[in-house]
Design a protein around this ligand. Structure first.
Ligand SMILES: *Cc1c(COP(=O)(O)O)cnc(C)c1O
Length: 338
């Protein structure tokens, strides 16, 4: 029995997410390694899918059991977290309130449309109560979030708070522990071992979950987290805290004091791509016909590409890119591609 089985789960995904092979990209990079991608960007029929739903699967049972009326969450204007909170609330027949802050120094060329297109357009279509707030980027608990909760409570509602990226939620890391269990099964079916797993990291529970999940098999050092926060000290500290918390509630009986974390690609700041990010997005698009975004996956793909170029992976090893979704924000970044 898997350690995760003692936790209740509510299905929001299609099932195991598919794995594609990026042969053209691998060839373009010199044929040194095999590159695969686990497609969390194609894991569900809700909105634009993605990693947040896998986290919600272990949070929803408490929401249902507690008779809550609203799910409240927080993110930037083009947040995937807030959109997927709204989609989850739709599925459960509940309401959602999302606090969306000014986390990104919006480029001049995007200012007219940044708060109208992409994820926020989708959020409005799904009937979300979207609240734009001018505060800046922070992955922790926020005042505007507390205020939204208090307001709903004073109106007689019962709001359920979900922190940024689900990460500081007590069960935020569990979904991606399940990802690791799923991957181990897929390895057996495919007759392959993924030597390294490259994953984007900002609020931390995705990478933390995969790390703890792989630690069950003694393979936590195979996980390479790529910073996309532009504030790597804070992301490192939060991710490590989630790793140890998740390990503890799972009953793994292990404590950790570090994890592989590459901080070179998160700049210039959260939500703004650097030159290499845009090149990585274009290279993956051109070679594989697959889309990534300038906020998250463009940066982790940039990291993967650089690590291949630097010969950081053993020759002929199998490298797994975890595609967490997010391409739905691309229309808010049109100026980088026109
Ligand atoms: C939220 C998100 C991430 C970052 O995951 P964390 O668990 O916050 O570290 C990466 N990619 C996409 C597409 C996301 O939506």
């Amino acid at each position: 029995m898997a350690l995760l089985d003692k936790f209740e789960k509510y299905d929001l995904l299609f099932g195991p997410s598919p794995i594609s092979k990026f042969e053209n990209l691998a060839k373009e990079l010199g044929g040194k390694v095999n590159i695969y991608a686990k497609r969390e960007d194609r894991n569900s029929g809700l909105a634009f899918a993605g990693n947040k739903l896998r986290k919600f699967e272990y949070i929803v049972p408490e929401i249902i059991a507690g008779d809550y009326t609203h799910i409240v969450s927080i993110g930037g204007i083009q947040s995937n977290q807030t959109l997927m909170t709204i989609a989850t609330a739709c599925k459960l027949g509940l309401k959602a309130v999302t606090v969306q802050e000014n986390w990104v120094p919006i480029p001049e060329a995007e200012k007219a449309t940044y708060d109208k297109v992409g994820n926020i357009e989708a959020a409005r279509i799904l009937g979300g109560d979207v609240r734009l707030v001018p505060d800046g980027f922070d992955i922790g608990m926020r005042k505007s979030f507390e205020e939204a909760l208090q307001e709903l409570t004073s109106q007689g509602f019962k709001p359920y708070p979900v922190p940024a990226g689900c990460s500081e939620h007590k069960y935020g890391g569990l979904g991606f522990v399940g990802f690791a269990d799923e991957l181990i099964k897929q390895e057996k079916e495919m007759g392959i071992k993924f030597d390294k797993i490259v994953v984007c990291c900002v609020t931390g529970s995705t990478a933390a979950g995969i790390f703890v999940g792989m630690a069950q098999y003694g393979r936590e050092n195979d996980v390479i987290a790529i910073d996309a926060s532009g504030k790597p000290e804070k992301t490192f500290e939060q991710t490590l805290r989630i790793i140890n918390h998740t390990s503890e509630i799972l009953g793994l009986g292990k404590k950790f004091d570090t994890f592989n974390f590459d901080t070179r690609f998160g700049g210039p700041v959260y939500g703004i791509p650097n030159e290499g990010t845009i090149e990585a997005i274009k290279l993956l698009g051109k070679t594989e016909g697959t889309l990534t975004d300038p906020v998250y996956e463009g940066k982790s793909m940039q990291g993967l590409i650089e690590l291949v170029k630097e010969d950081k992976f053993e020759k002929d090893s199998n490298v797994l890119f975890v595609h967490l979704g997010g391409a739905s924000s691309l229309s808010a970044y049109q100026s980088y591609f026109s």
